[in-house]
Design a binder for this molecule. Structure first.
Ligand SMILES: Cc1cc2nc3c(=O)[nH]c(=O)nc-3n(C[C@H](O)[C@H](O)[C@H](O)COP(=O)(O)OP(=O)(O)OC[C@H]3O[C@@H](n4cnc5c(N)ncnc54)[C@H](O)[C@@H]3O)c2cc1C
Length: 381
């Protein structure tokens, strides 16, 4: 169904691109998806094919192998991934979270070396912030980076790392001056084939099953100082900027997933019979769907304005936290209600609503938990 007030942020060229993305997902991704879920990872080949049609470089500048668009193009890919229930490959992490950080904070030399390969899907990226001891309090990370002539020696462990098995490089947060707390964090673009790096098992998740998620260990890993991103002891500043976009990415995906769930549920309940009428005919079903539709329609213009504003001038961390908090809580409630309206079939993995419910549950947890979002918002009141 058409949700709410007509959207105004996209022009014709955006919709043409959306069609390209949708066709790619339908023909290249969906037929393979069950297999990837069973294998717990996505093959490199699909990254290369996505790179080839420009899905991984939407907002990377043309000088660095991208198509020179802006966040509107990123948002289109994120929306189509959400609409088709495609939680993996984790292109959002690679192309719409990590690549923009590198674009904003790297030197021209670094960007020329790193971004074209990411745009082409030849290099797969991960980000390493969370540690086994904790993820919410990023200031407390204990992975260390000690200077040694023109290099740094990294020691520590990261966990829950998306693309942890298939990634070639990781944007790694480490403490260069632990006594400075948050001001002593530095980001490194670390080659995961370096001696001293090891990867743990592929973690067994309740959703996002085609995404590999792993623990990574760093044992005296020597990285050149030229791999520092955004300057020494500047990691916290870079992350505040980068995490705002990550939170918006999650918000964009969440509201589309909620819209798709309502669409699926309307179709399902109109076709399913109980007590000699369709499930849709029950007033309870109609009231639930009416409430969900009204909530989604009321929030859609807010998310659209966030997308537009971010593309123009960058969303503040507080607004990004509000968008993430609001959209993920809404999606969570909508998915649960929609699953319920599917009855037992809603619990079966082959039904899109079951997958969406399991996949989207993590949206309230990662990119900073929703409790952390409330802190960010409250600090600004
Ligand atoms: C599928 C998946 C993929 C992920 N991908 C990545 C990745 O690619 N890279 C990466 O670095 N991390 C990744 N993460 C980690 C994710 O960002 C963390 O799980 C998240 O930030 C929470 O950290 P934690 O798990 O250590 O929870 P904890 O920090 O232990 O929190 C536990 C609970 O306590 C609450 N809590 C914590 N502090 C407070 C407080 N001050 N007040 C109130 N409540 C509080 C939290 O909100 C939460 O409910 C991923 C996680 C998952 C599940």
């Amino acid at each position: 169904m058409e949700f709410g007030i007509p959207r105004t942020l996209y022009a014709e060229e955006h919709e043409i691109f959306r069609e390209t993305v949708a066709q790619f997902l339908v023909h290249e991704v969906l037929p393979e998806y069950d297999k990837w879920e069973q294998e717990g990872r996505t093959p490199r080949d699909i990254w290369l094919r996505a790179g080839n049609v420009g899905l991984l470089s939407t907002s990377i500048a043309e000088t660095y192998g991208g198509s020179g668009g802006n966040f509107l193009y990123d948002a289109i890919v994120i929306e189509e991934l959400g609409r088709y229930g495609v939680a993996a490959p984790a292109w959002d992490m690679h192309a719409y979270i990590i690549a923009p950080i590198l674009s904003a904070f790297c030197s021209d030399k670094q960007k020329k070396e790193w971004l074209p390969k990411m745009a082409a899907g030849e290099v797969i990226a991960a980000i390493g912030l969370t540690e086994p001891g904790g993820g919410s309090d990023l200031k407390e990370i204990s992975t260390s980076a000690k200077p040694d002539s023109d290099s740094f020696i990294i020691n520590g462990a990261k966990t829950f790392i998306t693309n942890g098995h298939i990634a070639d490089y990781i944007l790694l947060a480490a403490k260069t001056e632990p006594e400075l707390g948050a001001k002593g964090v530095t980001l490194f673009w670390l080659d995961l084939s370096l001696p001293g790096v090891s990867r743990g098992r592929n973690l067994n998740k309740i959703g996002n099953k085609a995404q590999d998620t792993a623990e990574l260990f760093f044992d005296d890993v020597r990285v050149p100082a030229t791999s520092i991103v955004g300057g020494i002891n500047n990691g916290w500043k870079v992350l505040i900027h980068g995490l705002a976009q990550e939170r918006l990415v999650v918000a964009v995906r969440s509201i589309v997933i909620a819209e798709a769930a309502v669409d699926q549920t309307i179709a399902y309940t109109k076709g399913r019979k109980a007590f000699s009428q369709t499930v849709f005919d029950f007033q309870n079903t109609q009231f639930k769907l009416a409430e969900m539709t009204a909530k989604i329609e009321a929030g859609r213009p807010f998310i659209d304005r966030c997308i537009e504003h971010h593309a123009q001038s960058g969303l503040s961390p507080v607004l990004a936290a509000k968008a993430k908090l609001w959209a993920t809580e809404l999606a969570d409630r909508v998915l649960d209600e929609c699953l319920q309206l599917h009855g037992g079939y809603g619990y079966m993995w082959e039904f899109p609503i079951a997958r969406a419910w399991a996949d989207a549950r993590v949206h309230r947890i990662y990119a900073g938990t929703n409790e952390v979002m409330k802190y960010i918002i409250a600090r600004d009141l």
